[in-house]
Design a protein around this ligand. Structure first.
Ligand code: TYD
Ligand code: MG
Length: 456
């Protein structure tokens, strides 16, 4: 190998550089650069084509193209359909990323089972497991139609040939990090291999009108390129996340050329595969303690979907000079900031108290609308007075202790009402957004002090 043909890639974001550096200038990750042979093949318009005078590509008038809006195929899972924007679009490339062991293969096998009811031919290609291992998983999930075919293969040229021969309507590639092309000298899972392989699959999807699902493992370190390297190439990016120890999983859309992003789907991992959780709020609130201090129910928005969550706080006197603070599921700095607001505006001596804040159920959220619930949970724990039951709280808290407006108020209140809450504490300035709401008391508050008077 000529020394001159080596380049450095960031494992995290795919940034290419001629020299090594400790921190990636693009994604700011540390120690992410690896040396790889430069890919000989280049993708792009000129790749692999002889330039002759007669080009096959001819422009088409915009009005003559049909939008293909009706061509959506349901995956048989309402939660997944919602994240995809109403089902899969033929000819699209969908990346499903997530930590190893989170349930990506299980999800896609279930999708294949459902799609097999609607589509004549499906191909599940695994580079990770043997046919027997896949069969073992399949037998946990249920019965399958004849139209789903399995293949164990990692050579992309062979895969391309098989797909062109078998002409399936949908293909699953599990996982992109195990696929390789012989022409590229770097190892499977390297940035160049992963990129080039995705390029080939992209072309296959578009030219043949096949929906291709790509599994990509999120890698913290090591020599395997993560799915972020591919995000810009594919049509749809879904991340499957969740606490491995908790049974619920969240499928989050972070990019979607055929629908809105920020939609989520909630699933639960069970003995016989993933089950959809149609009512996540109910699920998240199950096991909420009754009459305990430091527990407040908030309403957060996940995309267009409201979700009720329990915010918990435990405040106790610190044994050392420096108070300890931890935040699980929330931004640590935000927690510190809000505690400073309480100290200054409500004269609470919180600097001599430890505080542990948690969102029950292991959800992670970064929404300012959770502020008011957090603040009230902290005060409730500090005073050891429970917040009245059947009350939900949302609103952003500003630096002077004011409660500021948030969006999608109607949906949040609606969700609370649906789950039997009888009072919603919300920003006063947002009250106007709620229309025709009966059966739930609306308490508009302008400051944290107002809110305190109502709930504690
Ligand atoms: P898997 O789909 O193999 O994860 P990934 O492809 O993302 O690496 O899922 C692995 C986990 O799911 C494994 O710990 C076993 C568990 N599981 C169940 O709990 N129930 C099931 O029905 C199946 C198939 C798997
Ligand atoms: Mg897997």
């Amino acid at each position: 190998m000529k020394k001159g043909s080596m380049v450095f890639f960031c494992q995290n974001c795919g940034y290419e550089s001629a020299k090594w550096s400790g921190q990636c200038p693009a994604c700011h990750g540390w120690n992410t650069f690896v040396e790889e042979p430069k890919a000989e093949k280049r993708m792009g318009v000129t790749a692999g084509k002889k330039r002759t005078g007669s080009s096959k590509s001819s422009p088409v008038s915009i009005n003559r193209i049909s939008s293909g809006e009706q061509e959506r195929i349901s995956t048989g899972m309402a939660e997944l359909d919602q994240v995809l924007g109403g089902g899969i679009v033929p000819g699209s490339l969908i990346l499903v990323g997530g930590d190893p062991g989170i349930g990506k293969s299980t999800l896609l096998l279930q999708v294949c089972r459902n799609l097999a009811e609607r589509l004549p031919d499906l191909l599940y290609i695994s580079g990770e497991e043997s046919l027997q291992q896949i069969k073992l998983r399949a037998s946990r999930i249920g019965s399958f139609r004849e139209s789903l075919k399995l293949l164990c293969e990692t050579n992309l040229a062979d895969i391309e040939e098989t797909v062109l021969r078998e002409k399936p309507k949908a293909v699953v590639i599990d996982s992109i990090q195990t696929m390789y092309q012989e022409e590229i000298s770097s190892a499977p899972g390297s940035v160049s291999q992963v990129r080039e392989a995705t390029g080939v699959l992209m072309r296959l999807a578009k030219e043949q009108g096949i929906t291709i699902f790509i599994v990509g493992h999120v890698t913290k370190e090591g020599t395997v390129a993560g799915p972020r390297v591919l995000e810009h190439m594919v049509d749809t990016v879904l991340y499957f996340e969740g606490d491995r120890h908790a049974s619920y999983r969240i499928l989050r859309g972070v990019k979607n050329r055929f629908g809105s992003t920020n939609e989520i789907g909630v699933f639960e991992m069970q003995e016989d595969g993933l089950r959809e959780v149609a009512n996540p709020s109910e699920y998240m609130l199950s096991g909420k303690p009754e009459g305990a201090s430091g527990s407040v129910v908030a309403c957060a928005m996940e995309g267009t979907r409201p979700m009720l969550l329990e915010v918990q706080a435990l405040v106790c006197r610190t044994n050392f000079g420096l108070p300890r603070r931890t935040a699980a599921g929330m931004d640590y700095n935000r927690v510190n900031l809000l505690m400073a607001v309480l100290e200054k505006r409500l004269n609470l001596p919180l600097s001599s108290y430890d505080a542990y804040v948690n969102i029950a159920g292991g959800m992670r959220l970064n929404e300012p609308a959770m502020d008011l619930a957090l603040v009230l949970a902290v005060i409730s724990s500090y005073k050891d007075i429970p917040v009245s039951e059947k009350t939900i709280v949302f609103g952003e808290v500003g630096l002077s202790g004011e409660v500021r407006a948030v969006n999608m108020v109607q949906q949040r209140v609606q969700e609370a009402k649906k789950l039997g809450f009888t009072r919603a504490v919300l920003p006063k300035s947002s009250l106007g957004q709620v229309k025709n709401m009966t059966g739930i008391e609306l308490a508009g508050v302008a400051t944290v002090r107002d809110a305190l008077r109502i709930v504690i």
